[in-house]
Write a protein that binds this ligand. Structure first.
Ligand SMILES: Cc1cc2nc3c(=O)[nH]c(=O)nc-3n(C[C@H](O)[C@H](O)[C@H](O)COP(=O)(O)OP(=O)(O)OC[C@H]3O[C@@H](n4cnc5c(N)ncnc54)[C@H](O)[C@@H]3O)c2cc1C
Length: 432
C-alpha cells in the first residue's frame, strides 16, 4: 500500500515565518482577512504608508493556497482568449484585460527585486505541450493574436525538436511562452510575512474572522479570540472565503467557486533523469481540459505535478494516485518512481474567469484569481493599496466588469464533480 505525506513538499527545509507573540490590539487602521500573497502584499504597501495593520488567518501561515501552489509565474492570460473576450467586451477592453496579465508579471519581477525577496525566482519560460495537430493550429493562432500585447513572446516547437524541451513522446508539438518562470512559493510567502512583521504589522494565525459590523469609526471585527475595531477591512480570503463562512463575507463567497487543485512530489531522482525530462528546466503544461502543470523542483531533484483534485473527500492517497496516473502518461518511467508528497489547496474561480477587486459595503477586496494567482495577487494588492491610499494609477481593466453571481448559488460548487467528469471524458475522447 502506498503512503504519501499529505504535507506540501514546499514546507520541507524552509523556516516558518517569524511571528511576534502579542495580544490582539483593540484597534487598528486596517484589518486584513487572510495572510496569503494578497493579504501580506497589501499589508506591506499600507505599512510603508505609515498605517497600522493587523492580519488574521484562520489557518497556519502556508496552509492556504499561497504556501502550497505550483510556483509557476506567467501572465495568466484569460481563459476565453482574445476572440472570446472580444465577443463579450469589444476588442479594446479585451486587449486591456489581457494586457493586465503582462502588467502583473512585470510588476511582480520589480516587486521581488525592490523588496529583495528570496524565492528562487527564475524566468525559465514555460513549455506547453500539445497532443494533437488540430489543437496545435488553434493555439498558434491564439498566440499570434496575442502578439499585440506589450511584452508577449512565444515560439513554436515542432515534433522533431520536442526532446529539446521535454523527455516525453506524448506531444505532437508545443509552444514556449518566453515570459514565464518559476519560484518557490513557500519561500515567497515566508519572506512576505517576515517583511510584514519587520514593518510593524501584526499577523495572527489560527484566528478566524467572524462577524464584521459597521461602527461610527469603521468596523467592529469579531474573531474567535478577541474583537478589534478597524478603520477599514480588506478581504483577502480567496478560495477559503466560504470554508470559514463569515456571514459578513457572503457577498464574496456567492461570487467565488472554490475548486481543489492538488499536487504531488516524487522522491529524489538522479540528476541525469531530471536533465533528460526537463532539459531546459522550464515550467510545463499541456492542452488538457483538466488543467495539468508540472516542473522540476527548484533544487532540480524531484518532479512536481499538479492538476484538479478529483477525490470528493480530497484524500491525499486518492488525489495522489490519480495525479501519478496522469504524470505517468507524460513520463511512463514515473510508474516505478515513488511519490513522497500529495497535498491540495483551494483556488477561487469566478463566473467570468476574471479576478476582481474593489469595495463592497465598505469592505475592500482583491479576489478570484482563477487558479493563477502568484503574480496577479501581488499586482492587485498594489493596485488595491493605491486605491485605498488615494494614490494615482490604481485603475485596472477589471474595475468596471461587475462581479457576477448566479441565482441560487451559495458558494458551494456542487456541480463541479460533474463538470470535472465531463472534462475528463472529453480529454479521453481526444486521446489525452
Ligand atoms: C495546489 C495549487 C497549485 C497552484 N499553482 C499555481 C501556480 O503554479 N501559479 C499560480 O499563479 N497560481 C497557482 N495557484 C493559485 C495561487 O496559489 C492562488 O491564486 C494565490 O495563492 C491566492 O492567494 P491569496 O492570498 O489570495 O489566497 P490564499 O493564499 O488562499 O489565502 C487566503 C487565506 O484566507 C484565510 N481566510 C479565509 N477566510 C478567513 C476568515 N474568515 N478568517 C481568517 N482567515 C480567513 C485562509 O485561511 C487562507 O489562508 C495554485 C493553487 C493551488 C491550491
Amino acid at each position: 500500500m502506498q503512503h504519501f505525506q499529505d504535507t506540501p513538499y514546499w514546507h520541507q527545509n524552509v523556516k516558518n515565518a517569524r511571528l511576534k507573540k502579542a495580544p490582539i490590539p483593540t484597534n487598528t487602521d486596517f484589518v486584513i482577512i487572510g495572510a496569503g500573497f494578497t493579504g501580506l502584499a497589501t499589508a506591506i504597501h499600507l505599512l510603508r504608508a505609515g498605517k497600522s495593520v493587523v492580519l488574521f488567518d484562520a489557518m497556519k501561515i502556508g496552509d492556504g493556497a499561497s504556501g502550497k501552489n505550483g510556483g509557476m509565474i506567467g501572465p495568466s492570460l484569460h481563459k476565453l482568449g482574445l476572440d472570446g473576450l472580444t465577443n463579450m467586451y469589444g476588442v479594446d477592453k479585451a486587449l486591456a484585460i489581457l494586457q493586465e496579465g503582462m502588467n502583473a508579471i512585470s510588476y511582480f519581477k520589480e516587486f521581488i527585486a525592490t523588496e529583495k525577496i528570496d524565492c528562487d525566482l527564475k524566468m525559465t519560460g514555460r513549455f506547453r505541450g500539445i497532443t494533437n495537430l488540430k489543437d496545435m493550429d488553434s493555439v498558434i493562432k491564439d498566440c499570434e493574436n496575442l502578439m499585440v500585447l506589450d511584452g508577449f513572446k512565444f515560439n513554436v516547437v515542432d515534433k522533431k525538436d520536442i526532446h529539446d524541451e521535454i523527455g516525453s513522446d506524448l506531444y505532437q508539438g508545443g509552444i514556449v511562452y518566453a515570459q514565464d518562470g518559476g519560484l518557490h512559493p513557500y519561500k515567497l510567502l515566508v519572506s512576505l510575512a517576515n517583511k510584514v512583521s519587520e514593518l510593524g504589522g501584526q499577523i495572527f494565525e489560527e484566528t478566524m474572522v467572524g462577524d464584521i459590523v459597521k461602527s461610527p469609526s469603521g468596523f467592529n471585527v469579531k474573531t474567535n479570540l478577541n474583537n478589534i475595531t478597524a478603520g477599514k477591512v480588506i478581504v483577502a480570503s480567496n478560495g477559503y472565503t466560504k470554508r470559514f463562512s463569515s456571514k459578513s463575507l457572503s457577498y464574496f463567497y456567492k461570487r467565488l467557486l472554490p475548486i481543489t487543485s492538488a499536487m504531488i512530489a516524487t522522491e529524489e531522482l538522479p540528476k541525469e533523469t531530471i536533465d533528460r525530462l526537463f532539459p531546459k528546466r522550464r515550467m510545463h503544461g499541456g492542452n488538457h481540459r483538466l488543467v495539468q502543470y508540472y516542473r522540476a523542483s527548484p533544487d532540480n531533484k524531484r518532479i512536481l505535478f499538479g492538476a484538479r483534485g478529483t477525490d470528493p473527500w480530497d484524500r491525499s492517497l486518492q488525489n495522489g494516485t490519480e495525479l501519478k496516473r496522469h504524470l505517468t502518461k507524460i513520463f511512463p518511467e514515473v510508474n516505478d518512481i515513488k511519490i513522497e508528497h500529495s497535498w491540495s489547496g483551494k483556488v477561487a474561480y469566478t463566473f467570468d474567469h476574471t479576478p476582481h477587486l474593489g469595495i463592497q459595503d465598505g469592505l475592500y477586496y482583491a479576489i478570484g484569481y482563477c487558479g493563477s494567482g502568484v503574480t496577479r495577487s501581488i499586482y492587485l494588492a498594489r493596485q488595491l493599496s493605491r486605491r485605498i491610499l488615494g494614490e494615482p494609477n490604481h485603475q485596472t481593466a477589471f474595475d468596471d466588469l461587475g462581479f457576477q453571481s448566479k441565482p441560487l448559488y451559495t458558494g458551494t460548487p456542487w456541480f463541479m464533480p460533474a463538470v470535472l467528469k465531463w472534462h475528463s471524458f472529453l480529454d479521453r475522447m481526444d486521446g489525452n
